[in-house]
Design a protein around this ligand. Structure first.
Ligand SMILES: NC(=O)c1ccc[n+]([C@@H]2O[C@H](COP(=O)([O-])OP(=O)(O)OC[C@H]3O[C@@H](n4cnc5c(N)ncnc54)[C@H](O)[C@@H]3O)[C@@H](O)[C@H]2O)c1
Length: 332
C-alpha cells in the first residue's frame, strides 16, 4: 500500500483494520476519536490523551463499537519489568515500602508538554503495575529553566495506601542519561537499571529491622542486614515488538489489552493531578473524579499550560487551607 499524508483518506478511503497514533500528545485525542468513530482498533502512544475527560470519551466510543483501545505503556511489555512484577508478586522482597525512579537526560525539549507528561508516564506505568492500585494523592514540584512555562525538571511524589509511596524525578536538564528505579521492600530491595546491558535487575538481600522488644531507649538497636545480591536471568526481547504483537493478538481474539484504555486513563489522571499540584506550588492533590476543576476559579483548562499566574499564586497564598480547591490537601 502506498503512503498517504491525508488522515481522513487513511481512515475512510483505505481498508484498514487498525491505527497506531504516535504523534505529539495534543493530537492523540482528535486522531484517536476519528479512528474509533471510523471503526478502527486504535493504539495510542503514551500519554493516551491530554485530559482524563478525553480518555473517558475514547474509552466509551471503543466500548460502544466493540473496538480494541490500547495505550502505549511500552515498559509493561519489557522482560525486565515483567521479572520485577514476578519477584514482587512472589513475595520475595516482602511488603513494598517505597519506589524511587529517575529518568534523566539532556533534552529532548518538548514545546507543548512538560517533562512530567513526557517522561514520567513510563515510570508511572511501572509503579502502578507494581503497587497494583492508584495513588491517594500526588505532589509535584518543578521548574522551567529553558522554555518559560514548560517545566524541564519535575519531582512527583505519589502517596499510596498502607504507608507506601513513590518518587519520580524527571529531567531534560542533566548531563547523563539515567533510567533507574529502586524498589524497597521490607525483606529485600531491587535496583532496576534499564541502561545496563546485562544485569538490568539486581536484587539486594538488605533490610533494616527494629528489635522485637525493648524496655529502654538504650536497648534500642536497629539491626542492619547485609546479605547476597543476585541478578536474575532476563530473556532479551524487544518491548516495542512484544507490545505491537499484543495489540494484534487482542484484535484477533477480541481481548482486552494489558495497557487498555482504563490504564491509560489512570495514568493521565495522575499527570493532571501533577499539573494541578505544580500550579499550587507542590501542594498535595487528592485523586478524584473532579481533578482538574478548581472550585470558584477558572484554572487553565489546557493541561499542558503550566504558567504560574501571579494572580493564582496570590489567591493561593491568601486563601484558607483547602478552601479554594477541594482536591488540594494540606499545606505546600
Ligand atoms: N513508548 C515509548 O517508548 C515512546 C518513546 C518516545 C515517544 N513516545 C510517544 O510517541 C509520540 C510521538 O513522540 P515523538 O518523540 O516520536 O514525536 P515527534 O514529534 O518526533 O514525531 C511525531 C510525528 O508525528 C507526525 N505528526 C504530527 N501530527 C500529525 C498528524 N496530524 N498526522 C500525521 N502525522 C502527524 C509528525 O510529522 C512527526 O513525524 C508521543 O506521544 C510520545 O510521548 C513514546
Amino acid at each position: 500500500m502506498e503512503g498517504s499524508a491525508d488522515y481522513a483518506h487513511m481512515l475512510n478511503g483505505v481498508n484498514l483494520d487498525a491505527v497506531v497514533i504516535a504523534t505529539g500528545v495534543s493530537s492523540h485525542y482528535p486522531m484517536a476519536r476519528a479512528a474509533l468513530l471510523a471503526g478502527k482498533h486504535t493504539f495510542i502512544e503514551k500519554p493516551m490523551a491530554g485530559s482524563a475527560e478525553h480518555c473517558e470519551e475514547l474509552i466509551e466510543i471503543a466500548r460502544k463499537n466493540g473496538l480494541v483501545l490500547m495505550a502505549g505503556h511500552t515498559f509493561l511489555y519489557s522482560p525486565a519489568v515483567r521479572k520485577i512484577q514476578e519477584i514482587v508478586n512472589q513475595g520475595d522482597i516482602g511488603e513494598i515500602r517505597y519506589i524511587c525512579a529517575r529518568r534523566l537526560n539532556l533534552g529532548i525539549f518538548q514545546k507543548s508538554v512538560n517533562v512530567a507528561w513526557d517522561l514520567a508516564p513510563h515510570d508511572l506505568s511501572i509503579i502502578l503495575a507494581i503497587m497494583g492500585e492508584q495513588p491517594i494523592s500526588v505532589n509535584c514540584h518543578g521548574s522551567a529553566h529553558i522554555t518559560p512555562g514548560i517545566e524541564d525538571v519535575t519531582t512527583m511524589c505519589l502517596t499510596f495506601g498502607h504507608e507506601r509511596s513513590a518518587i519520580i524525578h524527571s529531567s531534560w536538564l542533566d548531563p547523563r542519561k539515567v533510567r533507574e528505579m529502586t524498589i524497597v521492600g521490607s525483606k529485600r530491595m531491587i535496583v532496576y537499571d534499564d541502561l545496563a546491558p546485562l544485569e538490568k535487575i539486581r536484587v539486594f538481600d538488605m533490610r533494616v529491622e527494629h528489635p522485637p522488644h525493648y524496655d529502654t531507649f538504650g536497648e534500642f538497636q536497629f539491626a542492619y542486614h547485609y546479605g547476597d545480591m543476585y541478578a536474575p536471568y532476563i530473556k532479551q526481547e524487544e518491548p516495542l515488538k512484544t507490545e505491537c504483537q499484543h495489540f494484534l493478538d487482542c484484535i484477533q481474539h477480541g481481548t482486552q489489552p494489558l495497557s487498555c484504555g482504563t490504564r491509560g486513563l489512570e495514568l493521565v489522571k495522575i499527570l493532571e493531578a501533577s499539573s494541578e499540584s505544580l500550579r499550587y506550588d507542590g501542594a498535595a492533590v487528592r485523586l478524584s473524579k473532579s481533578i482538574g476543576r478548581v472550585a470558584g476559579k477558572t484554572a487553565p483548562s489546557d493541561n499542558t499550560s503550566r504558567v504560574k499566574s501571579p494572580k493564582l499564586l496570590t489567591q493561593r497564598l491568601n486563601r484558607k487551607p483547602g478552601a479554594a480547591n477541594p482536591n488540594v490537601v494540606g499545606g505546600v
